[in-house]
Design a binder for this molecule. Structure first.
Ligand code: ADP
Ligand code: MG
Length: 300
């Protein structure tokens, strides 16, 4: 864990020393196109996520296809396909984002498992890669990987299987375990459950809610489902497109109870109540991708 974060946590009486986990200021990203004007994918992105130490925050992003959700996540991940932004700045724990980092894990929609590695080797992959920096032995890597195998509800008998022997949901569990084994401060999830069938999607949502206390990280999750976003998110950002920007933010969303199944929780009146306003406000944005609304105030 970085030194400056420990210092911030131990000095609550000095709010001026507080460093947000993520700061995005005036960010735009235009992609070059041969023989044509560059394409402005996102513009005027201004975000701040505070470092809720030992707790984290789960933020969901919803928006029409092509509005720049993945572009935003890739910028935060620090992928060289997207850095530097065309305008503006991105800072993670107070430092400019100049490349990828083990502190910012990324989970993609399509199961990012290495096909030639077993389940356990996949989970241990990042730990092996960063073993020197983490100062961990082979034995410790094995122990941590086994722990995460169990944490994502896979069995000992799955450890030696290859990805092609697993269902989509199981492969996504492996990818999740590989990210979480590195204890990232921020987990970026790009439509992680969108390719799964409905029961598996609900199972994975429950798993995330159950792992929440272990993760202790900021999670930014892109979802195509408003229900999923409101169920999982502490905050929900709605993006509008052409170019993409945050059009709307929902806060004060009920916290899911890990004891209650996702399907039951999502039909509880407190969730339906919250969903009613977003649906009315969000659907015009999602329909044409260009709507701009004033953020809805609590209780409005
Ligand atoms: P979303 O994830 O919201 O569906 P993306 O962030 O993937 O949207 O893409 C936003 C827009 O930027 C799209 O129009 C897409 O075609 C364009 N885009 C994304 N990546 C690139 C790239 N590397 N080069 C050119 N255009 C891109
Ligand atoms: Mg995308």
């Amino acid at each position: 864990m970085p030194q400056e974060v420990t210092e911030v946590a131990e000095a609550p009486s000095q709010p001026s020393a507080h460093v947000p986990v993520l700061e995005v200021e005036g960010v735009a990203k235009a992609f070059e196109r041969p023989g044509r004007e560059p394409f402005l994918a996102v513009d005027d992105l201004n975000l701040r996520v505070d470092d809720l130490h030992g707790q984290g925050e789960l933020i969901c992003i919803v928006g029409p296809s092509g509005c720049g959700k993945s572009t935003l996540l890739h910028l935060v991940a620090g992928f060289d396909t997207h850095l530097p932004p065309t305008r503006g700045s991105l800072r993670f724990l107070g430092k400019p984002i100049v490349g990828p980092s083990a502190e910012r894990g990324m989970l993609f929609q399509h199961y990012s498992c290495y096909p030639h590695l077993t389940v356990l080797e996949n989970i241990a992959f990042g730990l092996r890669l960063h073993a020197g920096a983490l100062g961990i032995t082979r034995k410790e890597i094995h122990e941590v990987a086994m722990r995460w195998l169990h944490m994502v509800r896979l069995q000992d008998s799955d450890a030696g299987k290859y990805p092609h022997e697993l269902s989509g949901g199981m492969r996504q569990r492996v990818a999740l375990a590989r990210c979480l084994a590195l204890k990232p401060r921020c987990l970026l999830m790009d439509e992680p459950f969108s390719a799964l069938d409905e029961p598996t999607r609900l199972e994975m949502q429950e798993l995330l809610v159950n792992l929440w206390s272990e993760i202790e990280a900021t999670v930014i999750l892109v979802s195509h489902s408003i229900s999923e976003a409101v169920y999982l998110g502490d905050r929900v950002w709605i993006m509008s497109g052409a170019p993409g920007t945050i059009a709307h933010e929902f806060t004060n969303i009920p916290v899911p109870d890990p004891e209650v199944p996702a399907m039951t929780a999502q039909s509880e009146s407190r969730f339906l109540e919250v969903l009613r306003t977003p649906r009315a406000e969000i659907l015009p944005i999602l329909a044409d991708g260009s709507g701009r609304c004033t953020p809805v105030k609590e209780g409005a």
